[in-house]
Ligand binder design. Sequence first.
Ligand code: HPA
Length: 313
Amino acid sequence: MTNMIVGGAGRDPEGDAVSTEAARVGNAAGRVYVAQLEEAAAAIRDRIGIVPNTLMILGSGLGSFVEVVEPRVVVPYTEIPHMPQTSTVGHAGNLIVGKVALGDADREIAIFQGRVHCHDALRPRDVAFGARVMALLGIENLIVTNAAGSLNADIQVGHLMAIRNHVSLFLPEDPSLGLEHPRLGPKFYPQTDAYSAELRRMFLEIAAEQGFADVCHEGNYCFLPGPRYESRADIDLLRALRVVDAVGMSTVPEVLAVGQMSGGRIRVLGISTMTNLAAGIAATEPSHEEVTREGMAAAPKLRSIIQELVARL
Ligand code: HPA
């Protein structure tokens, strides 16, 4: 197995076996974690054969994207060694590999249908596990979708936001904390612009072509750990900073991990579906039912744009 993503440090050039030198690199926790990633990667490769170049991670209410995919292989998370299991209502746990229906120009993609969150009592390192496995397997594009609450008056419920950048300061810890290994990337890694400007431009261009220009935006996403929704004062604080357009409880662990591993070579597109106005802005309290319902209502729009985007990748 070759790996262009994270370099060959610590790899035995003859194959998959870990060399004596590899046994010495990183720290003990990093070596255990990487061994688990490699075990999961080997299991996935055995099941799926050819690895698609694009991975999509589906957020709340967006699981229906799989309707435009003709599955070739479905691997339940329970059959992937060390893969954290989903517990949130509305999140099925499957890795799906299949063709996106595109007429003549079929493209295979991999999809994580259902994701895990820090609020499932997991550490960011666990949340990022699946994305790291797929990075190890050589994906070139990562499309992450999520549900989010809007702080921006122009971005209404049902609208989509291509993530320009994120605020990661509220993550309980970095996905790499305590894990050092060359295959995970450098310990001190830059994350200035984790999202691909090119993929964002393509997304907005296609949205305009499909008549969705008025309901598709660009903005900054702020990770908040949940599972509580924010207080009025939390949202007032974030609004006063004038940086954040939307808040949500996901995405950032996976994006950081993939950025660290690939040094920015894996292109990342993040799309937030605005499922509610943030706490204190809406007349009603936010709820998971509303988030799921509005996520599902906006899914056809997102599906249609992403389907075309995948055709152009
Ligand atoms: N806050 C945090 N996470 C969310 C929200 C919200 O308002 N909506 C959807 N996910």
